[in-house]
Design a protein around this ligand. Structure first.
Ligand SMILES: Nc1nc2c(ncn2[C@@H]2O[C@H](COP(=O)(O)OP(=O)(O)OP(=O)(O)O)[C@@H](O)[C@H]2O)c(=O)[nH]1
Length: 326
């Protein structure tokens, strides 16, 4: 940035600077005297004003032009930055107080003229004027609130994407990653609380044939219908995840073999009666599913109980499909 002139040689008014708003005329006069020899610099559009490399703690008051908080200095990024600083506003208020490097990068969106107030003068202004101290405190509170709001937003967005990464895009059920992270805890809890936990594997029958006859898009449609039937048929405390291609897994905490059998029979029946529509008035042949059920036994881990349910599923297929097996 180029040294332009001292503040006393410019036409800018101290009262136009937000930090010096609502301050008596007498105090403003004293402030003006302190600022008279402070340098005014020019920053070219795109030029970095403040970053972690900046040496010397200064408060930068925007006298003309626009600055913006940015992660890089491309013109587009700068112009689209949602945090911009206009004439009268300032940046660097934290660095000037604690004399630490800035954690933010601030650059000029347009050519700008900036008044630099170093930390010695800044502290003198605070010591001499309650108004400056009050304005600075208000500015710092505003910055903290803005930062907190941004953090909260980021947390929400992070959680949203975390949840999204645990959901199967086609069926809306939980996916395999979800299963891998959640099943061990559910099993551990069942063992610790000595409660029963049952697992049901659901596999659509002759799905290859269904795909071959009606096309992959209709196959997807059928999978979505089956997933909806499964979700709708469970209690809020149960879980359903897409395990593989046309295979789903259902976890039933607090559920004995007998109760799980009732659930599995009900789902098998509902899938059998579910309709897949090619278009609004033409239903495709019904789909059916085979279901294998296993209940957690002492010392079993997730893999072992899944493998028992898989073996049961195999038996259901062998016995002619469209049924539940233990
Ligand atoms: N449309 C569609 N098909 C899928 C998807 N995932 C897996 N499949 C199909 O599901 C079929 C599964 O075939 P197989 O494993 O031979 O089993 P099947 O034809 O259902 O026969 P059984 O399980 O023995 O009754 C394959 O043709 C896969 O391409 C999917 O996301 N969408």
């Amino acid at each position: 940035m180029e040294h332009f002139k001292d503040f006393r040689h410019t036409n800018f008014k101290v009262g136009d600077i937000q930090l010096f708003k609502n301050i008596s005329k007498d105090e403003l006069l004293k402030i003006k005297q302190q600022l008279d020899y402070c340098p005014v610099v020019t920053a070219k559009s795109g030029e970095i004003v403040l970053d972690s490399q900046s040496s010397g703690a200064c408060l930068y008051v925007v006298l003309s032009g626009i600055l913006a908080l940015t992660s890089n200095t491309s013109k587009r990024q700068l112009e689209n930055s949602t945090i911009q600083y206009f004439a009268g506003e300032c940046v660097g208020e934290i660095s000037v107080l604690d004399e630490e490097a800035s954690t933010a990068t601030i650059a000029a969106v347009t050519d700008a003229q900036l008044l630099l107030i170093d930390s010695v003068i800044m502290w003198r202004l605070i010591d001499d004027s309650n108004g400056v101290a009050r304005n600075l405190l208000q500015l710092l509170s505003f910055r903290i609130r803005t930062t907190n709001a941004q953090l909260r937003n980021r947390q929400k967005v992070g959680e949203f994407y975390r949840q999204l990464s645990m959901v199967d895009g086609l069926t809306g059920l939980h996916n395999r990653s979800w299963l891998n992270t959640q099943l061990p805890g559910l099993i551990e809890n069942a063992h610790a609380t000595q409660t029963e936990l049952s697992i049901v594997m659901v596999d659509l029958d002759h799905f290859k044939k269904f795909n071959d006859q009606h096309g992959h898009v209709m196959g997807d449609e059928a999978l979505q219908v089956a997933a909806k039937v499964v979700s709708a048929g469970l209690r809020p405390s149960d879980f359903a995840a897409r395990y593989g291609g046309e295979e789903m897994i259902i976890i039933l905490p607090n559920t004995s073999k007998e109760s799980a059998l009732i659930v599995a029979e009900r789902l098998c029946d509902r899938i059998r009666h579910a309709q897949v529509f090619k278009d609004s008035d033409q239903a495709l042949p019904h789909i059916t599913a085979s279901l294998g059920l296993a209940t957690l036994t002492e010392g079993q881990d997730g893999l072992a109980v899944i493998s028992s349910a898989d073996a049961a599923l195999y038996r259901a297929k062998e016995r002619g499909r469209n049924q539940v097996a233990l």
